[in-house]
Every structure is written in structure tokens, then in C-alpha cells.
Ligand binder design. Structure first.
Ligand SMILES: [Zn+2]
Length: 461
């Protein structure tokens, strides 16, 4: 019979603070039971020199975009400049050519990289649905299921945010490269999503949410239908990433994106605005008042030249922030933590912008670590993000003797890890009590890397 397992690192980040000389006790079904003194944990799995923390939650990912990392960092000859929209065309070129197996291979590699970097959950904003000519697969959720299979093979917990995509934009001619994304009717989008939910419900590590892509890609009639559902499942949407999207929204609706969403009754707890960069003050207040989630993806936003999210104003207004690796330009959620604060320092020209001002040594670290854990968990509707009794034992360990951490001391553990640790400091990663990364290695690392390299070569040769 399976029994409780105990893990004994140097310290456990238990219910929001470090406890030294205790073991984390995990039930046979993968939940945290509590901590027990090291002296009573002779049978524990020993993890000397390591700190054990809740696993990071990646709130926004397009796994397959890992394929274009490094391939878009130049200006095309004669173009004069590069921006989001030219990057998007290159991304579409990759998206066009992927078979279901390719989607699996690309996603698995992105997820292996996430696991190795300490992520235990991912919110996959999934918009590749159909064959290259736009006709559905025999199973309309074929590609979503490939992404889910990839996450589950790697061992990650996944919230599949099934995207609804109707059009290229307001008064924008059809882009044939978007055929794989589109559903003809809102009913098709909603029924595919609920089918996927019922087909995956036997796996407790898989959940399904709704993701109308953006105010650009769905008409208001779709958003009204979604608002009528009054669903409690996660509801994610790209919001105000690029100024052009706001101008088009003003032309079509005489309102800015967040103003429109508020009018439609979509803001509130299950709603996450991804990006939310170009906001007026009234929009910041609307997101805060409604306690909406906002997912910042700062390494992608800087890679694409989107702008800087006003995270300080959003937090102050009451919005709940999360973080995502989005385009996979970088897969490192701690780097997202640093970037969300770091970009604000450049813009505001001062330090420690996200510090709540209590004078604690870990003020900024706590704020951004909450985004990477509890904020992400809330946004994805998952009971993770904090190690507490009854919560899933999704955790990560970091080695304090790693060059990026060596010499840190107890009072600085959290800021040292969150603001200083490199990915190589991550040693073990567990999801629902099961170790998926041990001593910095994942069992699928080599086969995944090999098959992924083959795909990348074939795709771009
Ligand atoms: Zn995105």
C-alpha cells in the first residue's frame, strides 16, 4: 500500500514563509499533509543544501512558438524596421506547417524546458485547431489533445485555454494563414471546448478554460454569448498588447478594449487580461475594481516591442497579476519576475517599484513571487501556488550552493531565489507529489530534444 512520503530539504516555504529543519509530508494521492520536525523524519527523502518552494505557474504559453526562437531576431532586407506584425507572419509560417505529431513534439520540448526551469503548471492558450486548409480534423480537438498529451507525458499540470477565433480583424481582409485557428460560429467554439472538458475530466491534472482570442479576432456577438454563459471556468483573452488593436477597437466599438469588456460584463474573477499594456487610468481601475487577473509576459513583451505593463498601477488598483512565458523567447518564470519589476525601474527611473513599502527585505520578491505562484494559480483556476494542508504537492527545489545563490542567508532566501537564481539552480520538481525532475534532469530530455531537433530542421530547411 502506498504510504506518505516526506521530503527533507534545508527549509520549506510553507504557507508563505520558510521553515527550517522540517520535512514536507505528502499523502499517497499527492497532497500536502503538513510539515514534521526533521528529528521525527528519519525515513524522509533527504535534500541537503536545497530550499523547497511551491512550483511556479506559467500563466500564458503558446508552446509551439518555441520553434521560432532565435529565427526572428533580424530585420528583413528592404523592410527598414521590424515589429510585432512582421514577427507574427513568421510565427504563422511555422504554425501553418505542423502536423498533429509535430504539435506534440514541439509542445513536449517546450514543456520539458518549463519543467527543468521549475514550472509545475502551464496555461496553454491554444489556437491551432484545424488542418492547414481550415477543415476540421475528424476529432475537432485533435491538436488540443496533442498539446495535453505532451504536458501530461512531461508531467506538468495543464489548463488548456481553448481559443475562439473568428476573423482577421475589424474590416481586415481574411488572412489565409489564420485558417487553422478559425471556427465558423461561436457555437462551434463553445461545443469544442465543452467536449474537450468532458473528454479530459478523468485526469485531475487537466482543466479546460475558454479563450476568445482578442477583441480583434472575435466579434462582439461572440463576446455577448460568452458573457451569457456566466461560466466559472478560466476565461482568458489577449487585451491591449499593441496600439493598433486599440485604434481598431475604438473605430468598431467607440470604446477601448477594457471599456468594451467591462460594458459586456466580462471582467471579474475568472477573467484574465493577457498583456494589458496600453491602458488608460479608467481601464486600470476597471480591472482592479472587478478583481480581474492580468497576466504579464514581460520577456515576450520586450522581445516584441509591445511596451511595459503598468503593473504597479494595476496592483494598487486591486488587479491580481500572473506571469507567462508566452512566445517562449525565454522559458524562465523567475526572469519574468525580474522583468516585470525591472522594466518598471527603467520607465519610472527608480528602484523597487513593486515593493509594498513595509521595509521588509523581501518586499519586491514577495510581490513578484506571488505573481509566479498564487496569481497564476488563481488565473488558471488551480488549487496550487502555495504549500498548505490539502494543497497539491507541486513543488520545486533550488540548490543554495549553485553559483547564482551561494553565500545567501536565511533572511535573503526569497529575494536571492526570486531575483537572483538561474535556471540551473533548480534541482527537483514535483507535480502532485510525483518527482518529474530529479537532480536537474528530466527523463524525456534526450528523446524530446532529439525529436524536436529533427522537427526544427525539417520545418526550416
Ligand atoms: Zn499570447
Amino acid at each position: 500500500m502506498a504510504s506518505r512520503v516526506r521530503y527533507l530539504p534545508d527549509a520549506v516555504f510553507w504557507q508563505g514563509s520558510f521553515q527550517s529543519n522540517v520535512a514536507l509530508e505528502v499523502s499517497p494521492d499527492g497532497q500536502c499533509v503538513g510539515t514534521v520536525p526533521a528529528t521525527q523524519a528519519a525515513d524522509a527523502v533527504r535534500m541537503p543544501g536545497k530550499l523547497l518552494l511551491p512550483g511556479w505557474v506559467n500563466g500564458h504559453s503558446h508552446a509551439f512558438q518555441r520553434l521560432i526562437r532565435g529565427a526572428t531576431e533580424y530585420v528583413a532586407q528592404g523592410a527598414g524596421r521590424d515589429d510585432f506584425w512582421s514577427w507574427r507572419e513568421l510565427m504563422y509560417q511555422a504554425a501553418e506547417r505542423l502536423s498533429p505529431e509535430d504539435v506534440y513534439v514541439a509542445s513536449r520540448q517546450a514543456f520539458v524546458e518549463m519543467a527543468l526551469a521549475g514550472m509545475t503548471s502551464v496555461g496553454e492558450f491554444h489556437y491551432l485547431h484545424h488542418q492547414s486548409d481550415g477543415s476540421p480534423y475528424a476529432d475537432r480537438n485533435e491538436l488540443a489533445k496533442q498539446v495535453i498529451r505532451a504536458a501530461r507525458d512531461v508531467g506538468l499540470r495543464i489548463t488548456l485555454l481553448r481559443v475562439g477565433y473568428a476573423r482577421s480583424g475589424y474590416q481586415v481582409p481574411e488572412n489565409p494563414r489564420q485558417r487553422r485557428f478559425k471556427d465558423a460560429r461561436v457555437e462551434d467554439f463553445l461545443s469544442a471546448t465543452s467536449d474537450l472538458r468532458s473528454q479530459t475530466k478523468s485526469d485531475p491534472l487537466v482543466t479546460v478554460g475558454l479563450a476568445p482570442h482578442s477583441v480583434r479576432a472575435v466579434p462582439v456577438s461572440w463576446l455577448e454569448e460568452i458573457a451569457r454563459l456566466n461560466s466559472t471556468h478560466p476565461l482568458h483573452m489577449h487585451v491591449s498588447e499593441q496600439p493598433a488593436e486599440i485604434e481598431a477597437c475604438l473605430r468598431e466599438h467607440q470604446a477601448r478594449p477594457v471599456q468594451l469588456l467591462e460594458r459586456l460584463g466580462l471582467l471579474g474573477t475568472p477573467f484574465t487580461a493577457v498583456h494589458a499594456i496600453h491602458l488608460q487610468e479608467d481601464e486600470v481601475l476597471a480591472l482592479g475594481r472587478s478583481k480581474s487577473f492580468v497576466c504579464a509576459c514581460p520577456t515576450t513583451e520586450r522581445n516584441l516591442g509591445d511596451g511595459v505593463i503598468p503593473a504597479d498601477a494595476l496592483v494598487q488598483a486591486g488587479a491580481q497579476l500572473s506571469l507567462g512565458s508566452d512566445s517562449q523567447a525565454t522559458i524562465d518564470l523567475l526572469e519574468e519576475c525580474r522583468a516585470v519589476e525591472g522594466h518598471l525601474r527603467l520607465v519610472r527611473q527608480r528602484r523597487n517599484v513593486l515593493d509594498p513599502g513595509t521595509g521588509a527585505l523581501d518586499g519586491v520578491a514577495r510581490t513578484v513571487f506571488a505573481m509566479a505562484t498564487t496569481g497564476g494559480a488563481g488565473s488558471l483556476g488551480l488549487p496550487v501556488g502555495e504549500l498548505r494542508p490539502g494543497a497539491p504537492a507541486d513543488f520545486v527545489t533550488v540548490a543554495v550552493d549553485h553559483p547564482s545563490l551561494v553565500g545567501t542567508r536565511e533572511a535573503l532566501w526569497l529575494p536571492s531565489v526570486v531575483l537572483g537564481a538561474e535556471k540551473g539552480a533548480v534541482r527537483d520538481v514535483a507535480v502532485a507529489g510525483r518527482l518529474i525532475v530529479q537532480d536537474g534532469a528530466h527523463p524525456l530530455q534526450s528523446i524530446s530534444g532529439r525529436e524536436y531537433s529533427g522537427l526544427a530542421r525539417r520545418l526550416f530547411s
